[in-house]
Design a protein around this ligand. Sequence first.
Ligand code: SF4
Length: 901
Amino acid sequence: MDALANKTTRTTCPYCGVGCGVKATVDPLAGSVEIAGDEAHPANAGRLCSKGAQLAETLGLDNRLLYPTLGGERTSWDAATGRIAEAFSAAIAEHGPDSVAMYVSGQLMTEDYYVANKLMKGYVGSANIDTNSRLCMASSVAGHKRAFGTDTVPGTYEDLERADLVVLTGSNLAWCHPVLFQRLVAAKQQRPHMKVVVIDPRRTPTAEIADLHLPLQPDSDVALFSGLLRFLSRLGGADRAYTAEHTQGVIDALDAAEPWTLEQTAKRCGLPLTDLAQFYDWALATDRTVTVYSQGVNQSSSGSDKVNAIINTHLLTGRIGQPGMGPFSVTGQPNAMGGREVGGLANMLAGHLELANPEHRALVQTFWDSPTIADTPGLKAVDLFEAIHAGTIKALWVMATNPSVSLPDAARVNEALATVPFLAVSDIVSTTDTLRHAARPGCVALPATGWVEKDGTVTNSERMISRQRGFLPAPGEARHDWQAICDVATKMGFGDAFAFDSPASVFAEHAALSGYKPEVRRDFDISGRAGLSQVAYESMPPFRWPLRADSTQTERFFAGGGFFHADRKARFVPTHAADAPQRPAGTFTLNTGRVRDQWHTMTRTGRSATLSAHMGEPYCEIHPADAVDLGVTAASLVTVSNGRGRIIVRALISAGQQRGSVFVPMHWNDQTAANARVDTLAAPETDPTSGQPALKFSTVKVQPAAMAWHGFAVVRDAPGALPFAYWSVAPCAGGYAIEMADTEPCDDYAELVRQIIGADGVMGVQDRASGDARFLVSADESVQAALFFARDPVAVSRRWAIEKLSQPLADAAAKVALLAGRPPADQPDQGPIVCACFAVGRNTIAAAITDGATSLDAVGAACQAGTNCGSCRSEIAAMLPQDTEHETEKPQEVRHAPQAV
Ligand code: SF4
């Protein structure tokens, strides 16, 4: 092939658990990469959401970790892996296998995960390997295992399309699994009788397609589904034949649900009786029912019970495993499922086998021919970092995750990372909040390959295994994680068992283990792929497990029973809803979650100007009445605090938020904002069965943050450290957008400008009486920086100011207009970006609606908004005239709220 010809690689999106297929076309002459959805991939059939569509914007090498370091100084791979092997071996020799640990990630390939788990459980002899997937779906794993006897997700995406009732509970599918949401929207359009019920304390964009939104009280889900179980049983909804033949424990579950009359349930959940009855009536009448659940269910101190309360209703009705029926956990991360398949959680073995089962342990140890096998569960994520404080963990290897930001009580996690005797961190980025701790003397940082370079497999939420294929060479000295683990294993004396030479060789062993001793029944079996050659692995199409060696067909689970408890029957799990927690007066329940266009701790999406245009600042969503009570005005700053910490974020007043609750996104960190790591506030409380943290339920105080001045700037170059109480930085077209504020009064903003941009030749105006000041730095008829200050939040059109970075400064009048901070009449401000694909702002969409567009299609025809990936369609729908009832509830771009337009 011509080395300079364009080459297209079929791979998989690295973000959410939908697992969309991506085509990446590299143009070697232009040095560019074009991203498109893979129309042949069963998950997305060519669709991509805004995050997937902007992947090309995140591929730059700035901030990449390019070589290993030891004690913060550049070193060789040999020295770095030698140091990890030495530290792990020394700790094991002196303190035993449980003194070392790995904390890994749903971002890893299954092959990376497989060798990490093999090293820890089969060769070190400790189950101290856990994953950040513990934070997103461990409660689903626990619920599945209790009900089914194994961690089986019985549903497929097609089930959502074929259902007549889709219940979305604890899931903002529109923002967190956008392509699956778009599939659901399309199915509902084709089958208008389909009902969608959204159960969520907040009115999120997902509720835009809901026939019924149930804004239940936080953590009242067990009562809701217990009430449904009771209702179904009493009104003839039970499939007695199914429960008799295929389940155990229905009587106990119904006894536990008995207190949950319609009235009691409505009271506990804080729902209108008629709305609850409507949901129950639909559930009673609809065989084809799918219940989709996600982090809103899982991230709770009763997460496992919530999952089982949902599953109980499907077991009672026999609505499981048939087309259009079943409980369906959708995972947050791209390979959370793959991690589960190889035993990436501290209480599981490889191949979905059980750590607690001696027969399973013997099977795995025999297959691996390993000297040992862990026989007791290891430390789960939260406990692992507590064990560092207790001094029992002496050496820790963190891989592809940022626990310094993402774990609850994150400040305490930071302390653990700062004090663990030995720390190794593998990452692709050189500046994460976690990686800084690996610069301590004797500690190691390893440069890992990223999405564009990695080869392996991932499993999406519907058990579909897809190839991820690298299409660019690894930069600097970056290496694959599986290679780093094998290097360390070899240096620890286990070379024979880790002599893998490719991801294909790891996958072959993983597939062979899944079919080893088939007389030991398990759900996960891909032995049909065990003999795969390297060539066949390269071209392997997506397939759904199980794919057994003796079958070419995948199978559905549980329609005819066949569960994985010893008696082949499922278990009803009696669940007991807790009383409503008493919140101290003057406090709020803190909920955390994702925004549409960011991913995790922003180490990748935070590099994209397009994605950062949607929600450019950390914020706190507050109900309007609570805002009035608190004296919080739109777009002012607030402190959110409790005994664990205090953050400062922008207020976003929204009627979609319940009174007494606030929502703060999880993404912002010390690299992107002064003080906005929301997980510093999250309680380290976990579900007792799953160990999953209750990240959606902490108690906080919210107060106005009194600031002496506020500022906004667009600058061409990345700013250095800013010494202000509040700042946040986001990339924008042509530079960076900075929001700032401080408690210290400023007498001379010109001096402040020099501090921020270090520039002379500043043109500016200051009005000391009003406190307003504006400055412009220009060169060669282009804007280098524009900075605006005021005593109150700065009322300048952000989008318009950002556009100036990419436009020539035509004349003195243009400079004056920019200093005025106001678009001229012939350049209307399009407002905050709603449609990321075509950069269409809120004001532009509103103008199209004013001009007569009354449908999504009409808005699209008028201004293109919503016509590509569709991620913004629910936000546009909320602006349409028929939805004026909810228009005030829609999230707005935070930093634009005070602007004068
Ligand atoms: Fe990626 Fe979006 Fe598909 Fe998720 S829905 S896999 S983020 S393209």
